[in-house]
Ligand binder design. Structure first.
Ligand SMILES: Nc1ncnc2c1ncn2[C@@H]1O[C@H](COP(=O)(O)OP(=O)(O)OP(=O)(O)O)[C@@H](O)[C@H]1O
Length: 612
């Protein structure tokens, strides 16, 4: 080829239609949304021409199973012959935007020029009868998924508007069933300001009730509590006990945030229902409210956000960011208002959704200051509200991890030392920043070593006396990488306390993973384990000489049983600290229990008893 040749891309129309109709949308049921949306846009367009005109949308279902048909009719703007060629026959062409400006704002919902194709998911033909409100003949357009279409003039003139006819494609019967169509029409159109009539062979009714005034003006919702809660239940399918009105300063986005009746996980899927220009865009919108607001389920409307082509999400753009921040501010402001005027309601909400409230408190010092006294924390005094803990002692100790808390908790509780568990998400951060929002409080992070230091050392004379036995106990725990130290501490009922440095904690986790892994991975983990500093990877078992059992095993006459008993104390201390036992430790526990059973049986037999 010598000279440069220019060619034009060829488009395989049936392939394109297949991709658009079958792979863009999450479910074929969206054909109903696309039809409804076109009808709404047609009504909006006609309203722009004739102000005293009333929009109307009518759906008819006939036949059953594979013989079912659906017809959607609107009395909107309709299409002229030119419109049909330009907008129906050209994929990607839409009458609802300027030349190419897909992101441009208009009063219409449609913009991409592909929505109608979704009907091919449920029908092998789209038939449209239309009469333009601008005049001209009434037309019939028939489109097929192979990319062909026909157009003809009708003999009888129709009144302005459009009818779309679909016939059930084999396998799509479910999309023509009355109950489903009725439910989806309600889902998509519950906030539409004009009636959607549904006629079947059995009934004719309006699917969407009149939209209550407090939807458009959410601040009025406070006075209509029961109605608002019932509305939330009919849309979300669950019962709520409380709600917060939402509105941005422009008034172009608003709605109701329903407070979930049960506590939710931080990572639970967010299912906000978002309506764009009165039509449902998504019932699973994730990004419309701030991350911390996971304790509510929203019913949110907007006329300013940009939907993606599948219409199931919004573009993550500056506008969405701004809207999200302002809706978050609505929730925050309502919570602040409650703190002042309705503290019992807020307290109830905090008890149910502490995690959400803590997430917001971490972000917002003022909010934290307002609500901190009601936030619950786990402590060595039990699960308490922060206010109670502060009243008890304004100098609060806290741990930064769960492991540290576990190591400290027995000793601290025994010494009546108040320690807050900072191991759960947000807690350590909140404890550290508490003095900044409440000047009366001082907080300090506590390490396991700090608590261990409150132990009483044994005397030099005792150290000499127990030197040999301590060495034996220490040797017995070598294989567990644990050192033994003899101390005196409270409570005397506690025979032993296990503590773990950061390194030994990591080493234990690595060993546990190694035990549970298949061979190849296990050898990798093993070599990783050998890179640990052997000194630092040791844990410590403190034995309490004030405890009667420990005092007895450290009597020279009992030296024979010392190794077994120390091993058992070690395993017992691990269990008290909620550490999972590895295979070796489990076997120590089993053998110890068997020895106890044997000893019990032997003692019975000696008493002259035993089975007859
Ligand atoms: N009921 C209707 N009344 C009048 N015109 C309609 C109707 N339905 C479709 N049209 C015309 O057909 C065009 C294509 O419709 P289609 O649903 O494919 O795309 P769209 O609504 O423009 O954009 P989107 O893909 O974002 O929905 C529309 O732009 C409109 O001009």
């Amino acid at each position: 080829m010598k000279q440069q040749d220019n060619y034009r891309f060829q488009v395989n129309l049936s392939g394109m239609i297949n991709i658009l109709s079958n792979h863009l949308y999450s479910s074929p049921k969206v054909f109903l949304r696309e039809l409804l949306q076109n009808a709404v846009d047609a009504v909006t367009a006609r309203k722009g021409m004739e102000h005293d005109y009333e929009g109307r949308i009518h759906i008819e279902l006939a036949g059953t199973g594979s013989g079912a048909t659906l017809m959607m009719e609107d009395n909107g703007i309709g299409l002229t012959e030119d419109d049909v060629h330009q907008f129906l026959a050209m994929i990607g062409q839409s009458s609802k935007r300027g030349k190419d400006l897909i992101m441009e704002e208009t009063s219409f919902i449609g913009r991409f020029g592909i929505g109608l194709l979704s009907c091919f998911m449920v029908s092998d033909e789209i038939v449209m009868l239309t009469q333009s409100a601008k005049g001209g003949p009434s037309l019939e357009w028939k489109g097929k998924p192979d990319g062909t279409y026909s157009i003809r003039e009708l003999e009888t003139a129709l009144s302005p508007g459009t009818r779309v006819y679909l016939r059930c494609k084999p396998g799509c019967e479910v999309y023509y069933e009355t109950e489903n169509v009725e439910k989806w029409l309600y889902d998509y159109g519950a906030l539409l300001p004009y009636p959607i009539e549904l006629r079947t062979e059995r009934f004719e009714q309006v699917v969407n009730p009149a939209v209550p005034a407090w939807i458009a003006q959410p601040e009025l919702a406070r006075g209509q509590r029961n109605e608002v809660l019932r509305f939330g239940e009919s849309l979300h399918g669950e019962r709520f006990g409380d709600f917060i009105p939402l509105r941005t300063s422009s008034g172009r986005t608003g709605g109701i945030a329903y407070v979930l009746p049960q506590a939710v996980n931080l990572h639970a899927k967010k299912n906000h229902r978002v309506y764009l220009k009165h039509m449902l865009v998504s019932d699973q919108a994730e990004n419309i409210l701030p991350e911390w607001a996971f304790f509510v389920k929203g019913v949110i409307w907007s006329d300013e956000l940009q939907p993606t082509a599948s219409r199931e999400h919004f573009y993550e753009n500056e506008k969405l960011e701004e809207v999200r921040a302002e809706l978050g501010e609505s929730i925050r402001a309502e919570l602040m208002r409650m703190a002042e005027y309705d503290p019992d309601r807020l307290r109830h909400m905090i008890q149910l959704h502490a995690l959400s409230m803590k997430a917001l408190a971490v972000e917002d010092g003022n909010f934290y200051r307002m609500i901190h006294r009601w936030l619950p924390f786990e402590s060595t005094y039990g699960r308490r509200e922060l206010g109670e803990l502060i009243d008890d002692n304004p100098n609060l100790y806290f741990t930064a991890t769960l492991d540290e808390y576990r190591q400290i908790t027995h000793v601290a509780a025994a010494q009546s030392l108040l320690v807050v568990n900072g191991g759960y998400i947000y807690d350590a951060e909140l404890m550290a920043s508490l003095p900044a929002i409440n000047a009366k409080v001082r907080t300090e992070r506590l390490l396991p070593e700090d608590v261990s230091l409150t132990f009483t050392d044994i005397t030099a004379e005792e150290r000499m006396r127990y030197y040999e036995l301590t060495r034996m106990a220490d040797a017995a725990l070598q294989r567990f990488r644990c050192r033994v130290q003899l101390k005196r501490f409270k409570p005397v009922e506690l025979p032993a306390l296990f503590t773990l440095s950061k390194e030994s904690s990591e080493f234990r986790s690595l060993k546990a993973a190694e035990e549970a892994s298949p061979d190849v991975l296990s050898s990798v983990l093993h070599s990783l384990g050998s890179s640990f500093n052997p000194e630092a990877a040791y844990s410590t078992l403190y034995l309490n000489l004030d405890n009667p059992v420990v005092a007895r095993i450290f009597m020279p006459v009992n030296a024979g049983g010392l190794v077994n008993t120390v091993e058992m104390l070690y395993v017992n201390a691990l269990m008290m600290g909620h550490y999972p036992l590895n295979r070796q430790e489990m076997s120590v526990l089993n053998q110890g229990i068997l020895r106890l059973i044997e000893a019990g049986l032997a003692a019975d037999a000696q008493k002259g008893g035993g089975p007859q």
